[in-house]
Structures are given as C-alpha cells and as structure tokens.
Design a protein around this ligand. Structure first.
Ligand code: MRU
Length: 368
C-alpha cells in the first residue's frame, strides 16, 4: 500500500543484504515509521512476541521468513532434520492464538525437508516465504472484491448516503501484507466512489485501532472516527452503524471466530441491533482441525503491564505512563471467541459464505 506516495509492505527482504528480513516496527506507529532488520531466529521470535509484527496473516508470513532465517542460521547443520524441526517448534510457540503462524511454518518446513543439499534448503525456504507472502496479498485483494458487494448493497439501500462501518483492532495491510482483510472491502468501496465512514475501536490495551487502523485509513483518505472500545453498542442502538467488519486470528471449520478481545461484545451488540456482522479472512486463518472455538482455541494471555501502562507521544517523545494504582493487578486476555451463531457471514478469497460447516465446506471442499 502507499504511504505518502511510496509503496510499502510490512515485511520484505532487505535489498542490500537479502539474508536479512526487514519489517516495519508496528510498536512505533503512528508516530514514527521505523524499519528494523531481523537477522536470526531470536530476532524473529522477539518480533512476533513483542508485536513488532502482528496480525494473523503477517505473523504467518513472518513465520515463513523465520524458516528462511533458520535455514541460514543452521548453515552447516541445515541437513540435520531434528535441529530444523526443533527450531521451527520454537518459532511456532511465539504466539499461540493465530493459526497462520503454525500453518506457514509447517508448510515451509515440509517443503524445506525435501531439499537434498544445504543451499537447496535455503533456496526452498526463501521461495516458500515469498510464495506465502504473495498468497496473502492476493487473498486480501480478492476479499476486497467480494466484500465490496456487501458495502455496495448497503450504499444502494441508503441511496448513496454514507455507509458507516465499525471495525475492531487492526485487520489492515499492516496485519496482512497488502489491503488487509477487514479493511480490504473498505479500500475497494472507497476506490469505487462509495461514500464510507469507519468507526475505529481504539482496541485497548495496545490500541491497534487508534494507532494503526486510523493511521492506515487516514493515509488512504478514508473518513474515520476513533471511538472507545465501549462505544459500539451505543452507536448501533442509534442507527449509526450499518455494518461491522472484523478480521480473525483463528476460525474453526464450524464458524467460531477468535479475534482481538472485545470482538465478541461487538457481535452481541450487532445481533441485538440487527446490524450485519461480517468476518473477513483468508483460508490460512481457518483451523481445519478445531470444532469448538470456545473450548479449543488457545487464548493468549499477555504481560499485565500492557494494561497498566499506556503509550503515547508527548512533546515529540514517545512515552509510557502508568494508569491504575501501582499495586493493582491486571489480567491481559488478548483474544475472545465469537460463536458462529452471532456471525452473519465470512468474506474469503473464494467468496462469501455463512458461518457454518456446510457453507464453509462448499467453498473449501478440499480441506474436509
Ligand atoms: O494481537 P494482534 O494485534 O496480533 O491481533 C490482531 C487481530 O486481532 C486482528 O484482528 C487479526 O489478526 C486479524 S488480522 C487480518
């Protein structure tokens, strides 16, 4: 996507030294656009854990580039399968909820193990990482095309009046390589001349909505308003939301959706107010092995300090300040699960389907 006229992605190979993987440090946005290089497996794990990179498809792409880095790092030992597998296991355990990470790492590892020489394995890993990255970019573009139809219909029904879309967290290009999942239909609608406005949940504790989604939408010229995480229900009751569009970190083949904490409450409010609630996702975010999202999807619990401290810019300096009493404990549940019955539909790279096993099966028969 373009930022101030320049094409940029959240991950790429450093053109000056293609052994290095360059990423945007998303912790510093929107105040500073900082790019860092990942050199070894520890760097990759740190980047995923500390959310230098985040968002399900991007975590997957980073995992695949992580396998590329592992093959280089192991150098003379890359033909030692058990060392390779062990390093990939470490990589996969860096964040538990988004299924894209294990999908991308396993897929890459399977290919790499077919390599017959050291250099062949490095090349396979590099090509695979690039393939997965392009696959996700392409998926998001298609999601945008299918999602456009939903926004178009609402716009027609409203006789061209502004379509108000509410989103939670950041399921934008920063999370996905290009276009985003939830944001792809927004970009398509805007680029096709549809009048849209986006309510952006700030998304505590790390404020991915206020920091990242607002930044992305603003750079594209899309009207948006940052709201508190608790404002959505009120806005829906007053007819100010036409559509809720969110992404997901893992969705079961039965249609239960894990996404950033607070998504479930948005879905409940949407149901109560007859507002369509759509989830946009690529096939890499489906978990084809999990039936019951609420009991089976692991929910990441992060450092309580992410809740206790809030980061912002003051007088040109990025600062972190304490919010609650210094001795109050905090609990940082990073994701929740929205049951399939609250989801109007899925927007995927193969089209739109309902949130149930039969409908998902029709779009992805080879996965069952
Ligand atoms: O903790 P994060 O920032 O990685 O969580 C991201 C989300 O919850 C996104 O909504 C999800 O990954 C979908 S990304 C297209």
């Amino acid at each position: 996507m373009k930022v101030d006229g320049i094409n940029i992605r959240p991950i790429w190979l450093n053109p000056e030294d293609e052994t290095l993987v360059s990423v945007i440090d998303q912790r510093m946005l929107p105040h500073e656009l900082v790019i860092i290089d990942l050199k070894n497996l520890d760097d990759v794990i740190h980047a995923i854990k500390e959310m230098v990179v985040r968002g399900a498809p991007l975590i997957g792409a980073t995992g695949a580039y992580g396998v590329y880095i592992i093959t280089q790092e192991l150098k003379n030992n890359v033909m030692n399968d058990s060392m390779l597998i062990e390093a990939c296991d470490r990589l996969k355990s860096s964040r538990p909820t988004a299924v894209n990470l294990s999908w991308a790492v396993d897929d890459s590892l399977e290919e790499v193990l077919k390599g017959l020489t050291q250099s062949e394995r490095v090349t396979i890993a590099r090509n695979k990482a690039s393939e997965i990255t392009e696959f996700e970019a392409d998926n998001c573009e298609r999601i945008g095309q299918y999602g456009l139809k939903i926004v178009e219909e609402i716009s027609k029904r409203k006789k061209g009046d502004t379509v108000n879309i509410l989103t939670h967290c950041n399921a934008g290009w920063l999370a996905c390589v290009e276009y985003g999942t939830a944001t792809a239909p927004m970009y398509s609608a805007y680029d096709n001349g549809i009048d849209i406005h986006v309510w952006v949940d700030e998304t505590r504790p790390l404020n991915q909505g206020a920091r990242l989604t607002a930044w992305e939408l603003g750079k594209h010229g899309i009207k948006h308003t940052v709201i508190t995480d608790n404002a959505g229900g009120h806005l829906m009751q007053h007819g100010l939301v036409d559509l809720v569009l969110v992404g997901t970190d893992r969705t079961t083949y039965t249609g239960d959706v894990a996404n950033k904490i607070g998504t479930y409450l948005k879905a409940l409010a949407a149901k109560d107010n007859h507002v369509p609630f759509y989830v946009a996702l690529p096939s890499s975010t489906f978990d084809w092995n999990v039936r019951d999202g609420v009991t089976e999807i692991p929910i990441e619990e992060r450092d309580p300090d992410e809740i206790r401290f809030i980061q912002g810019k003051d007088n040109g300096t990025i600062k972190s300040v304490l919010v609650p009493p210094k001795d109050s404990p905090a609990g940082n549940y990073a994701f929740d699960v929205t049951p399939a019955r609250l989801v109007t539909g899925f927007i995927t790279e193969r089209g739109i389907c309902q949130a149930n096993e039969d409908s998902i099966k029709k779009l992805f028969p080879e996965k069952f």
